[in-house]
Design a protein around this ligand. Sequence first.
Ligand code: AP5
Length: 214
Amino acid sequence: MNIILLGPPGAGKGTQAARLQAERGMVQLSTGDMLRAAVAKETPVGLQAKAVMDAGELVSDAIVSALIGEHLDCIGDRGAIFDGYPRTQAQAEALDLLLAERGRHLDHVIELVVDEDELVRRICGRFTCANCGAPYHDEFKRPKVDGVCDVCGSTEFKRRPDDNEATVRTRMAEYRAKTAPILPYYQQRNLVRPVDGMAPVNEVAASIDAILDS
Ligand code: AP5
């Protein structure tokens, strides 16, 4: 099974993709994570992408589609969860080609339907353990002992440079202008499954599971 998780920044794509990967043996393919890894390693792609990401704008279609192609070649016959890709019409068309070349097809496009003001709160409060990557939130999920990671005991935490209100608003605007308009491309193929992304995480998970098991 190959699925897309579609929704604006902070809609919960990464949260649900990581869960599906852990529970179903599918593979999370997050272009955001791939790009952040490239930035951290200072690869040519990373050097090109950093300023664009810090501004909350979209990296070029050619770069992200090439990254997805490379990763698709490494996942064997496991299902793919596309997290944050595609984000433009050109990427949606590129994905169809990448899948067809590998004898795959899309099963569902899960649209996480959310309220934008709530998303700013979600995003601006999140942080992760700098050592193991465990996710936390200033309001919704603080470490049990302040300043100490519940999972590995590290005392180092980090926040994404693009998780500030001004950049989040730009990322939302990019979503409205370039990503939301690809929904009809999938609606006409009857692939879009809307899910209430404002519900608690476990309820969102149950709605997605019901779709995948239907
Ligand atoms: P990317 O990393 O993809 O970021 P994004 O789409 O902005 O999404 P986020 O990771 O911010 O949010 P999410 O939906 O995964 O939510 P999460 O689960 O973390 O992209 C970053 C940048 O890379 C882009 O701006 C662009 O520059 C570039 N890029 C990436 N892909 C690209 C592409 N295809 N083309 C061009 N450029 C690209 O949840 C957020 C928070 O909410 C967390 O704290 C979480 O715990 C919490 N939460 C989640 N669900 C719930 C819930 N149901 N209730 C309460 N809290 C919840």
